[in-house]
Ligand binder design. Structure first.
Ligand code: SDX
Length: 428
């Protein structure tokens, strides 16, 4: 009868070891028993970039990278994008079930009534240069919120956690919009509680002198779909950062600021900004073959392509591409779309990309929509961070409640100098 175990033979000693296989994995700590002598530390696994290491058990998001499948709490992303809203999806990601009508009403009420920022926050934001990158302002202001809510350190009190979750989900659009208004030299536009989550976000961004901002329903819905698609994505770089910083029992504001800092990187959430810069640099469809040549020579990367997990088309990219058509109906077609489509067409036929299983990811088309909606490229990573806030908080909370979790502290393979004595400067 086959057993769910692995038998390992250490050829240095001839000893064999049997370790349990659970959920398709072995516990790395089981390797520590494999030694050539009792005083040894024992074996470790070495996995730079964590290509094959599970850091946690989770019930939030499931990805099948080979088949291009993404589920939040078991619900296919395609169904949520079509039938749900971002706030409903955020509730699902955080609490595990779709909310009842009364739960959704209470959730929406709480988020809506926590959108205001303490007036002192404006003084902090006013201190940035006029051209400060909005992601730098976003990260700094999120961390600063920890000083307004010191009670958030009480992370094991469920009510305290829930209040901070309300505040963070509610305030990230306000911080993002204030950052944008700072960059454009416009006065801050305050939240309008009559509007939806994304409608209010558009209000705080684009309200001018009209008494009441009216969001365009197609753009409001398109942004809501984009927020649904970006809510969570299991143990990506920024979520792993949220979990690692949170494992030290840091408050959720500073932990989320760290996660947002990781997202800012051009290899991660900053890729949506990098894609638009790449398309602008290419300039026209005619220049695509030359750019592809530079990519294949290793000189540049095709930003918005490739993924650590997806070795098939990112299901989110497919939905975003469909959403783009609805947006362009309203805003007019983004001319850079033709360059993006030509890049995709060529890349999906070229063996360099096919052999490496490089497909468009979530960042390849999203920026085209954001630009068409009037956002400057610098805002794109911020537009990623807003919806990912619910995923970061869900993963942070799951980590805190996981009895197996403790402070994250990886080991290393030390290959440096052996012990040696200090050398006085005269003898160097
Ligand atoms: C996100 O993890 C997540 O879930 C992230 C995310 C989320 O929702 O949280 O999905 C969001 O971050 C999407 C990814 C956005 N980043 C980009 O679009 C930047 C461009 N893509 C890459 O740099 C790259 O594909 C990564 C970072 C996304 C993945 O990198 P890996 O898994 O470490 O792969 P790799 O760098 O080892 O590449 C494997 C091979 C290499 O070639 P060889 O050395 O084998 O010859 O593929 C090549 C790479 O050079 N390659 C690319 C490429 N991506 C990988 N070549 C050209 N262009 C690219 N974009």
């Amino acid at each position: 009868m086959p057993k769910d175990t692995l038998t390992i033979t250490d050829n240095r000693t001839g000893k064999t070891y049997e370790v349990a296989i659970e959920h398709g994995a072995i516990r790395a700590v089981e390797l520590r028993q494999i030694k050539t002598s009792p005083e040894e530390f024992g074996l470790m696994s070495y996995d730079p970039g964590y290509l094959n290491t599970a850091s946690c058990k989770s019930t939030i998001t499931f990805i099948d990278g080979d088949r291009g499948i993404l589920h939040y709490r078991g619900y296919p992303i395609e169904q949520l994008a079509e039938k749900s809203t971002y706030l409903e999806t955020a509730y699902l990601v955080l609490y595990g079930e779709l909310p009842t009508r009364s739960q959704l009403e209470e959730w929406t009420y709480q988020i809506t009534h926590h959108t205001i920022l303490n007036e002192n926050t404006k003084k902090l934001m006013d201190g940035f240069r006029y051209d400060a990158h909005p992601m730098g302002m976003f990260i700094s202001t999120i961390a600063a919120l920890s000083t307004f809510y010191p009670e958030s350190k009480d992370i094991f009190d469920e009510q305290v956690r829930r209040k901070q979750i309300y505040r963070l989900i509610a305030k990230v659009p306000t911080i993002a919009a204030f950052s944008y208004r700072h960059n454009t030299g416009m006065p801050y536009a305050y939240p309008d509680n009559d509007l939806s989550y994304t409608g209010n976000f558009l209000n705080m961004l684009f309200k001018r002198t009209e008494l009441k901002y009216k969001p365009h329903p197609v753009l409001e819905r398109a942004l809501d779909v984009l927020f649904i698609l970006h809510a969570d994505h299991e143990q990506n770089c920024s979520t792993s950062t949220m979990r690692l910083v949170g494992s030290a029992h840091t408050d959720p504001y500073c932990s989320l600021a760290a996660a947002a800092a990781a997202l800012y990187g051009p290899l991660h959430g900053g890729a949506n900004e990098a894609v638009l810069r790449m398309l602008a640099e290419i300039g026209s469809k005619d220049n695509v073959p030359a750019y592809i040549k530079r990519v294949k020579s290793g000189e540049v990367r095709l930003m918005g392509f490739g993924h650590r997990v997806y070795k098939n088309y990112d299901p989110r990219a497919r939905i975003i591409k469909q959403t783009a058509d609805a947006v362009f109906e309203v805003t007019g077609r983004n001319p850079l779309l033709d360059i993006a489509l030509e890049l995709e067409r060529i890349a999906l036929e070229d063996d360099y990309f096919v052999s490496r299983k490089l497909y468009p990811n979530v960042d390849f088309y999203s920026g085209l929509i954001y630009q068409a909606m009037g956002f400057p490229v610098e805002m794109f990573p911020v537009l990623f961070a807003i919806p990912r806030t619910s995923g970061w908080l869900a993963q942070w909370q799951e980590m805190l409640l996981d009895k197996e979790q403790k402070i994250g502290r990886p080991r290393q393979l030390y290959l440096g100098a052996g012990r040696r004595d200090y050398v006085p400067i005269e003898q160097r």
